[in-house]
Ligand binder design. Sequence first.
Ligand code: ZN
Length: 200
Amino acid sequence: MEFQINKNIMSMGSLEVITGSMFSGKSEELIRRVKRAIIAKQKVFVFKPKIDNRYSNTDVVSHNGETIEGYAVENSEEILEILKDEKDVNLVAIDEVQFFDEGIIDVVEELVDKGIRVAMSGLDLDFRGEPFDITAKLLAKSEFITKLQAVCMKCGKPATRSQRIVNGKPASIDSEIIQIGEKESYEPRCRRCHEVGKKK
Ligand code: ZN
């Protein structure tokens, strides 16, 4: 009996997640992987949630200003809609994955089942230091994980937390929505320097 190579195994998809705090270089790393795939003449699609309007509507932009063209989508279903007639897609990259709806998990698994490599970047923890549900589930389901660290703005040590500051003070644990007139900012902090204000 002749040995036959299973073609399904040859084109097996995979899931990779780049995670870490804000300013840890997640988007830069995702863009780096996208660029490498483009150099290798692979068919690449880049998506990000429309909610993230910080710099541009259609480009994925990292803090160091590097850009790659991509689709800003309203929800996870739109990704399947855009890809439905595309053949031989090699890489699907998704930025800011923590902002997607719960359906993104099924969408991503469907793409992987079709033999596509899916690479995502997303925050692991919110400003309180609690996991983002979507990222936590994707991390558990992924083949490859890259966890990046920023630099703590207080002590200079590696930072794993995103400090939310409202009106110059650490945001309190129950502060979900920013009131009109409030100023908020974020900075990377280490576990020790990360502060969360008590309930108001
Ligand atoms: Zn620190």
